[in-house]
Design a protein around this ligand. Structure first.
Ligand SMILES: NC(=O)c1ccc[n+]([C@@H]2O[C@H](COP(=O)([O-])OP(=O)(O)OC[C@H]3O[C@@H](n4cnc5c(N)ncnc54)[C@H](O)[C@@H]3O)[C@@H](O)[C@H]2O)c1
Length: 340
């Protein structure tokens, strides 16, 4: 029986929600994180799960007794890849594969990897599925493809690898991120009573709520290995493709005084694509979307309304890249993103 789960990136935006969910489901949770964002929280927050400061690039010692690894640790988006491509490859790709190999050697049974729909890049097809051509355009997206390819080679009857291409996530987490499209539109409306849309609002984006995503990840811990080993799954729901103007419509509904400004500076955005989520639906037929976009935006506004200021927005402390740059500027992190 699966009992002990190691979650890397446990003290990030998704990890914080996921680890709490796993605890509630009765799993024993061990978190590893280098803690770049541990103290960047909305209001006061304290982990209920055990977590140990660990950089996945360091020599890995103990994996005894771990049944499953959920691997979230990464420099987590395109702009962070631009900070330093080599670091993105070192953390997101090399350290990930070293960890997976060690896990396999030490008898860990399952490795669940958090990939991203960004591997599709500027999709040529209108509706992309797991067999569509990939077109990774950034160091971040390339690192995800490299890991997917290497992990597939590691799978065998005793080591199950799950490759989850998550849609872009939205929703409240105590370790909030403001560099994600929905979250950013909500906070700009709260802080400035203004939503600035750089395109004409028509592009489609695949999105998924943080609670729904965590639920899905948790289901992959116990799914029959034969059905998922080495398989790629787009993670989201059929209803998960939204136009930017739909996101804005819901924000405006709950913050009616905010102004919507179409700057049009990106013209007609060519990055419009939709993702097909039918494969994951087949493997999890009973799964329902509990947090559709409107409900989650309403919840996010209630959570942030008294708590998110203009200063929070302008400081960029909830923007992953800005926070790392600030930690380097004040001498807390060195250029290789190791704590000093
Ligand atoms: N948030 C999204 O929209 C989204 C979408 C698709 C995929 N993902 C993937 O999901 C995962 C988690 O994303 P998130 O939104 O929670 O990002 P996040 O930046 O909030 O969390 C990533 C965590 O990894 C940790 N980390 C970074 N480098 C590390 C290292 N060398 N050793 C140990 N820990 C390290 C960070 O401290 C952070 O807590 C990432 O792999 C990301 O690429 C996220």
């Amino acid at each position: 029986m699966v009992k002990k789960i190691l979650v890397t990136g446990a003290n990030g935006y998704i990890g914080t929600i996921l680890c709490n969910k796993l605890l509630r489901k009765g799993f024993e949770v061990i978190g590893w994180d280098t803690d770049y964002f541990k103290d960047i929280t909305i209001g006061r927050y304290k982990n209920k799960y055990y977590s140990k400061r660990t950089d996945i690039r360091d020599k890995i010692k103990k994996l005894n007794g771990i049944d499953c690894i959920i691997h979230l640790a990464a420099l987590s988006n395109d702009p962070m890849g631009a900070l330093n491509e080599k670091l993105t490859l070192d953390i997101n790709y090399k350290a990930t594969i070293t960890l997976a190999k060690k896990a396999k050697k030490m008898g860990v049974k399952r490795f669940i990897f958090s990939s991203s729909c960004s591997v599709y890049g500027i999709a040529k097809e209108n509706l992309v599925n797991e067999n569509s051509p990939i077109n990774p355009l950034t160091a971040y997206a390339k690192s995800k493809v490299l890991v997917e390819t290497e992990l597939k080679k590691l799978r065998d009857d005793n080591f199950c690898v799950c490759l989850l291409r998550n849609a872009t996530v939205y929703g409240f987490s105590p370790r909030f991120r403001n560099d994600l499209v929905v979250n950013n539109l909500v906070t700009s409306a709260i802080a400035f009573e203004e939503i600035r849309i750089l395109s004409d609002g028509s592009p489609w984006r695949p999105l998924v709520d943080i609670q729904d995503l965590s639920e899905i990840i948790s289901k992959f811990i116990t799914l029959d290995s034969k059905a998922i080993n080495g398989e790629i799954f787009n993670v989201g729901f059929d209803e998960s493709n939204y136009r930017i103007k739909d996101i804005v419509k819901y924000v405006k509904k709950y913050l009616p005084s905010c102004k919507i400004i179409y700057t049009g500076e990106h013209g007609k955005d060519s990055r419009s694509y939709r993702v097909d989520f039918s494969k994951i639906k087949k493997i999890l037929p009973k799964l329902i979307q509990k947090w559709p976009l409107e409900k989650s935006i309403h919840h996010l506004i209630k959570k942030l309304n008294q708590n998110f200021t203009k200063k929070d927005f302008d400081d960029g402390k909830f923007i992953r890249l800005t926070h790392l740059q600030n930690l380097m500027k004040v001498g807390k992190l060195n250029k290789d993103l190791y704590w000093i």
